[in-house]
Design a protein around this ligand. Structure first.
Ligand SMILES: O=C(CO)COP(=O)(O)O
Length: 255
């Protein structure tokens, strides 16, 4: 079994007001099956404060869904790493494909955001993934490894061990079309190899690489049984405690 502790993160995207967020966070906290799996939830910005209160005293990590790379300044509408720390965040999602596709996120910005997260002690969850067109053109590894190279430019081996990568094929997000576990494994092994070659082999063995894209209770265990799938980044199925907790259970080692 891998020495890497499995991590299951729920990306709530633009869902749930404060009351619904607190209710969901409490239900997740009450149902956590085991501390053998690390669990992180990522509510909308406006719910972070109340969710922090709802999970206080538990092992659940609190993640934002994005950040700006500067600490402060004339950046209307943005939120920075020090402010996320101030509200109690432990993690931050960076470079989600929805931000890349809908909000002009670039590889360069992803790299700057990663630097800001690390500087302020937030665990970055860096998302990469190919579109359907890129996969069908046989360009999956070229695209994904290019995103990895750009995001991790300049990262030290000490920092590498603590970051989280999420491989999320764009065509699998919100579509119900999950990647085959063997395909996820192939890409995630290639990501680890690239980080070993370009940064540090020892540190790359410690980096958690999650799979995301239509993860559900009925496919989670098989995906997370792959040697380089160290957990899941879950969208739709993280919005209900029962399905999210079932996925967390799927991360437990088979008994
Ligand atoms: O984008 C995702 C998580 O960040 C995946 O979303 P779905 O689980 O809804 O496909």
């Amino acid at each position: 079994m891998s020495a890497r502790k499995k991590l299951v993160a729920g990306n709530w995207k633009l869902h749930h007001d404060r009351a619904a967020s607190v209710e969901l966070a409490k239900a997740i906290a009450a149902g956590l099956p085991s501390s053998q799996v690390e669990v992180v939830i990522a509510p909308v910005f406006t719910s972070l404060d109340v969710v922090r209160g709802a999970i206080a005293g538990t092992s659940i990590g609190l993640s934002a869904q994005d950040l700006h790379w500067d600490d402060s300044g004339a950046f209307t509408g943005e939120v920075s790493a020090p402010l996320l720390k101030d509200v109690g965040c432990t993690h931050v999602i960076i470079g989600h494909s929805e931000r890349r596709q809908l909000f002009g996120e670039t590889d360069d910005r992803v790299s700057k955001k990663l630097g800001a997260a690390l500087k302020h002690g937030l665990v970055p969850i860096v998302c990469v993934g190919e579109t359907l067109e890129e996969r069908e053109a046989g360009r999956t590894l070229e695209v994904v490894l290019g995103q990895i190279d750009a995001a991790l430019a300049g990262i030290t081996k000490d920092a590498l061990a603590g970051i989280v990568i999420a491989y999320e094929p764009v065509w699998a997000i919100g579509t119900g079309k999950v990647a085959k576990s063997s395909d996820a494994q192939e890409v995630q092994a290639a990501i680890r190899k690239r980080m070993s070659e370009r940064i540090d082999a020892g540190a790359a063995q410690k980096t958690r690489i999650l799979y995301g894209g239509s993860v559900k209770p009925d496919n989670a265990a098989e995906l997370m049984a792959q040697p380089d799938v160290d957990g899941a980044l879950v969208g739709g199925a993280s919005l209900k405690a029962a399905s999210f907790l079932a996925i967390v259970k799927g991360a437990l080692p088979a008994s």
